[in-house]
Design a protein around this ligand. Structure first.
Ligand code: PEP
Ligand code: MG
Length: 406
């Protein structure tokens, strides 16, 4: 969405408003104000003061909504706890594969594999890494829920684009360069956000989800054996139909049962879904038959309801806002009139089928005060947002409950 940046990938630099920044240069970011400064400014650690803590504790006594954080590293999880998060509402697993060259290479081998056996071989190499990722995050969040989302993005995002990088990858994997180039081309999509991603990947290449589920169960079992209290929840992304959820639930539960039996322990791991495709909201009663919880992915839900690509909105949104076609950026503040209706429908239909169904929201709106007010009124159980927005959400939830919010 930062359309003002002129990026020269070859020269590894960018220009904006007459300022040139090269790879390796320092920048200082004020995330609160949305300002980027050239250079390295003096900063202080954002440690909450005692007064701040007391004020937030006061707010906590007046809210009904729980507040969780979106985090996928132990460091982010610890920061979220420090800021008062009551669990993790979204642990995006895709970023974990970029954590080392080794992992990325195994994932790429999986993507380029021709058959199920080759995919299984490649995912087996990823398993120990994922086990560690999940164990560490569950260890930090001991006793609190951690919703782990199975792989979501389209696979081409994990492949290099530059010809030189493709060539290097072909060499590392021992696959002819032409073959790699052909596969990369075959994976390219016109609308990747509406393409082969989310649960569609899980259904067509089940090996990756199997590996992730197994790693979650093994990490949980290891922590339990060490006397800890891990509480993972498994979340399937981008579900739009009952059959998708039914099949993935069945497969996930089968892996879960098998590994639990091997480990010889008692374990209950909820299996739920994101509600982020408009159709999922409309058929929420059907989907709820197979889901232990719902979590609204309001980023995708907004994207698909408006038909706005969230990656391209920067081209027209400023003009829309300036001319009053839109009053607010719907990716920042939930559009109650349109997207909000889908949230209300899904809550009503989901809970009609499954009374007491736990429902949260983990899109960016989870940390935006007027959206939090709306989610409170819809009867959601929790909101989940980036760690630094947790205090904002805690306060907004209290305001909503006290009836002093917009
Ligand atoms: C969402 O769509 O709201 C969501 C949380 O998932 P992501 O942003 O990763 O697509
Ligand atoms: Mg999404």
């Amino acid at each position: 969405g930062a359309g003002a940046l002129e990026i020269d990938a070859r020269a590894r630099c960018l220009q904006c408003d007459g300022v040139r920044v090269s790879a390796g240069d320092w920048l200082t970011i004020d995330g609160g104000a949305g300002v980027v400064y050239a250079g390295r400014l003096r900063t202080v650690p954002g440690v909450p003061s005692e007064e701040f803590r007391r004020f937030m504790n006061l707010a906590d006594r007046h809210r009904r909504l729980q507040v969780r954080a979106n985090a996928e590293t132990p460091e982010d999880a610890a920061r979220a706890l420090e800021l008062g998060a009551q669990g993790i509402g979204l642990c995006r697993t895709e970023h974990m594969f970029f954590a080392s060259k080794d992992r990325l290479l195994s994932l790429r081998a999986m993507i380029l594999a021709d058959d199920s056996r080759a995919r299984e071989d490649a995912t087996r190499r990823l398993a120990p890494h994922q086990f560690e990722d999940f164990r560490e995050i569950l260890r930090v969040m001991d006793g609190l829920p951690v919703t782990i989302r199975l792989l979501d993005p389209p696979l081409h995002e994990f492949l290099p684009r530059e010809p030189a990088a493709l060539e290097a990858m072909a060499e590392q994997l021992g696959i002819p360069e032409a073959e790699v180039a052909a596969k990369a081309e075959a994976l390219a999509e016109f609308n990747p956000m509406l393409g082969h991603r989310g649960c569609r990947l899980g259904l067509t290449s089940p090996e990756i989800y199997d590996m992730q589920v197994e790693a979650i169960v093994r990490a949980t079992a290891a922590l339990k054996a060490a006397g800890r209290d891990p509480r993972p929840e498994i979340m399937v992304p981008l579900v739009g139909s009952e059959e998708e959820m039914a099949r993935l639930r069945e497969r996930t539960a089968a892996v879960l049962d098998r590994v639990v039996e091997q480990a010889g322990i008692e374990l209950e791991i909820p299996i739920g879904t994101m509600i982020e495709v408009p159709r999922a909201a409309l058929v929420a009663d059907h989907i709820a038959r197979h889901a232990d919880f719902f979590s609204f992915g309001t980023n995708d839900l907004t994207q698909m309801t408006f038909g706005f690509s969230r990656d391209d909105i920067g081209r027209f949104l400023p003009q829309y806002l300036e001319s009053g076609i839109l009053r607010k950026d719907p990716f920042e503040s939930l559009d109650r009139t349109g997207v909000g209706q889908l949230v209300e429908i899904a809550v009503e239909r989901g809970r009609k089928e499954r009374p007491g169904l736990k429902i949260g929201i983990c899109g960016e709106h989870g940390g935006e005060p007027t959206s939090v007010t709306f989610f409170h009124r819809c009867g959601l159980d929790y909101v989940s947002c980036s760690p630094y927005r947790v205090p904002v959400a805690r306060l907004a939830a209290a305001h909503a409950n006290l009836g002093v919010a917009e």
